[in-house]
Write a protein that binds this ligand. Structure first.
Ligand code: NAD
Length: 510
C-alpha cells in the first residue's frame, strides 16, 4: 500500500477559455483606466483560469465616487428592510442556481477540492438568507423612563461607504460573511478580492445585477493591495474598512485608516490549539485533529495547527494521527473524492517547507511528511500531510501561522498547564478541548483566550453564531446579529415633550 493516499489527475475537463474579470463600477463592467490586466493560473494544473483587469488608484477613485453617490443620494439607505431582504434572498437563489460554475472557478483559482468548494458555495447562500432575516430586524432602542418630559431614541443607521478587502483562501465564503450584512444595514460598498482569486467575486457581482441591485451600491475593483487596497483604506470617502487577511497587512490597514479615523474591522490569523485529555473520545478527537489541520490544505485561519495532548496518551495519539493522516486523500482538486488540494503558490509552498525544516533544526521530530508531494499528472504544488512532535512552546512552529498541512504536537500534565499553553500566544482566534468531563470543558471555555471555543468538536460554524478573534487575531465580529451591527452606527435622539424646559438665562427685560 502506498505510504500516502494520493489522488492522481482526474477525468474532469478544464475550461478552454479563461474567465474574463472586469471591475464593476456604477453598475457597469469596465476595463482598467490603464488597460492593464493580470492573470491567475491554477495552482494544481498550471492552466490559465482568469484574466482580470488590473486596477489602480484611478479605478478606485471611480468606484468610490459611485459608492459615495449611491449612499449620499439616500436611495439605497432609505429602502425598507423588506426590500433589502428581497434582494438578498434573490441573490441566495441565484448562488444556488450557479453553484457548479462558482465552485469550479473557486477550485481552479484556489486549489481547494471541488466537493469542498460546492459545500462552501451552499454555505454562502445560507448566509445570504440569514442576512436577509436580519435586514428586517434592524432597530434601535426607546427610553421611556427619563422622566415625564423626555423620550430618548437610539436610531441605528448605516455607517456609510464600506471597503471590503478579502483573502484567497475562502474567497466566496468570506465576501459572503461581509457583503450581505453591509447591504442589510443599508451601506454601499467597494470590494477588492485577492489578486489570486478574483473570479467568484465578479460572478457574485453579476448575480447582484441580475437580482436588481441598484447601480453604485456594490462596486468591485480588481488588483493588488498596492495600489488598490491602499487607496481603499486611506480615501476619506470611505467610512469603514472590513478586512480579512494576514495580521501583518491588518496592522498596516489600521495605520492607513487612522489618517481619517475610519472604523476598521479585522479578521486575521490564528495558531489555534486543541487540548486532548485522556478521558476524551479519542476516535472523534483524532478525526477532528486531521480535519482541523488538513482542511483547505491548512490554509485556513481556523486551522487546528497545534494540539496539546496529555502526556499519558501522547504517543498513542500521535501514532493514531499519523496513521489516519496517511488515509486522507490528497491530490487533484477536480476529483470529487479529494479532501486536500494544492498549495496556493510556489512561494507559499516554500514558506511552509522552511517552517518545517526549521522545526527539525530546532530539535522537533518530523513524524510524517515534511516535504512537497508529487501528484501523478499534475504540475502544481502540493505538500505532504505533516506531523511534528516534541515541539516546544517557544519554537516558531508552535507560535506562528504556517498556513499549510502541518501539525505541531505539544504536551501537558494539568488543566492549568494546558490553559497556560493555549494562552501563551499572540493570536486568539479559536481553541478546542476534548474531554468527557463537562467541568473540564466549561473551565477551559471560560479561560481560553479566543473568539470561539469548541468543546468535543472542531470548526463547526453557523450563520447565527458570531465569529472573530481576540488579541492579534482581529477586532469586530462577523455573522450572527453582530454581523449587521458592525455596519450600523447609533444615533441618539433626545426629545423634550411639552414646553417644560426651565430657561437657562433669566431675561432681564420684563
Ligand atoms: P493578505 O493579508 O496577504 O491579503 C489579504 C487581502 O489584502 C488581499 O486582497 C490583498 O490584496 C490585500 N492587501 C495586501 N496588502 C494590502 C494593503 N497594504 N492594503 C490593503 N489591502 C492589502 O492575506 P492572504 O494571504 O490573502 O490570506 C491569508 C491570511 O488571511 C492568513 O493570515 C489567514 O489567517 C487570514 N484569514 C483570516 C480569516 C479570519 O476570519 N480570521 C479568514 C481567512 C483568512
Amino acid at each position: 500500500m502506498s505510504e500516502l493516499n494520493v489522488v492522481a489527475i482526474s477525468e474532469a475537463k478544464l475550461p478552454l477559455d479563461p474567465f474574463v474579470a472586469r471591475h464593476l463600477i456604477a453598475g457597469s463592467w469596465r476595463d482598467s483606466c490603464s488597460g492593464e490586466t493580470f492573470e491567475r493560473t491554477s495552482p494544481s494544473h498550471g492552466a490559465l483560469v482568469t484574466r482580470a483587469a488590473k486596477g489602480n488608484a484611478q479605478d478606485v477613485d471611480a468606484a468610490l465616487q459611485a459608492a459615495r453617490a449611491a449612499f449620499d443620494d439616500n436611495a439605497w439607505r432609505s429602502t425598507s428592510g423588506k426590500d433589502r431582504a428581497t434582494l438578498l434572498l434573490k441573490v441566495a437563489d441565484l448562488i444556488d442556481r450557479d453553484r457548479e460554475k462558482i465552485a469550479l472557478l473557486e477550485t481552479l483559482e484556489s486549489g481547494k477540492p471541488i466537493s469542498q468548494a460546492r459545500a462552501e458555495i451552499e454555505g454562502a447562500a445560507d448566509i445570504w438568507r440569514y442576512a436577509a432575516s436580519l435586514a428586517r430586524n434592524i432597530h434601535g432602542e426607546s427610553h421611556n423612563s427619563l422622566g415625564d418630559d423626555f423620550l430618548g431614541l437610539v436610531l441605528k443607521e448605516p455607517i456609510g461607504v464600506v471597503s471590503i478587502i478579502t483573502p484567497w483562501n475562502f474567497p466566496f465564503l468570506i465576501v459572503s460573511q461581509k457583503l450581505p450584512f453591509a447591504l442589510a444595514a443599508g451601506c454601499t460598498v467597494v470590494i477588492k478580492p485577492s489578486e489570486m482569486t478574483p473570479a467568484t467575486t465578479v460572478v457574485l457581482g453579476e448575480l447582484l445585477i441580475e437580482a436588481g441591485c441598484p447601480a453604485g451600491v456594490v462596486n468591485i475593483v480588481l488588483g493588488y493591495g498596492d495600489p488598490v487596497g491602499i487607496a481603499m483604506t486611506t480615501d476619506k470617502r470611505v467610512d469603514m474598512v472590513t478586512f480579512t487577511g494576514s495580521t501583518a497587512v491588518g496592522k498596516g490597514i489600521v495605520k492607513a485608516a487612522s489618517g481619517t479615523l475610519k472604523k476598521v474591522s479585522l479578521e486575521l490569523g490564528g495558531k489555534n490549539p486543541q487540548v486532548i485529555f485522556p478521558d476524551a473520545d479519542l476516535d472523534s478527537a483524532v478525526d477532528a485533529v486531521a480535519f482541523g489541520v488538513y482542511f483547505n490544505a491548512g490554509e485556513c485561519c481556523n486551522s487546528g495547527s497545534r494540539i496539546i495532548v496529555h502526556e499519558d496518551i501522547v504517543e498513542e495519539f500521535i501514532a493514531r494521527t499519523v496513521s489516519l493522516s496517511k488515509d486522507v486523500p490528497f491530490g487533484d482538486p477536480l476529483d470529487p473524492s479529494t479532501k486536500v488540494g494544492a498549495i496556493i503558490t510556489p512561494d507559499h509552498q516554500q514558506k511552509i517547507d522552511a517552517y518545517v525544516q526549521q522545526a527539525g533544526q530546532d530539535g522537533a521530530d518530523i513524524r510524517l511528511g515534511g516535504g512537497p508531494l508529487q501528484v501523478p499528472g499534475l504540475s502544481g504544488q502540493f505538500y505532504k500531510p505533516t506531523v511534528i512532535s516534541n515541539v516546544k512552546a517557544e519554537m516558531p512552529i508552535a507560535r506562528e501561522e504556517v498556513f499549510g498541512p502541518v501539525l505541531s504536537v505539544l504536551t501537558f500534565k494539568t488543566l492549568d498547564e494546558a490553559i497556560a499553553l493555549v494562552n501563551d500566544a499572540d493570536y486568539g482566534l479559536s481553541a478546542g478541548v476534548w474531554s468527557e468531563n463537562v467541568h473540564t470543558c466549561l473551565e477551559f471555555a471560560r479561560k481560553a483566550q479566543a473568539g470561539t471555543v469548541w468543546t468535543n468538536t472542531w470548526m463547526d460554524g453557523f450563520a447565527e453564531l458570531p465569529f472573530g478573534g481576540v488579541k492579534e487575531s482581529g477586532q469586530g465580529r462577523e455573522l450572527g446579529k453582530y454581523g449587521v451591527e458592525e455596519f450600523l452606527e447609533a444615533k441618539t435622539v433626545t426629545m423634550r415633550i411639552g414646553r417644560t424646559r426651565a430657561p437657562w438665562v433669566e431675561t432681564r427685560t420684563k
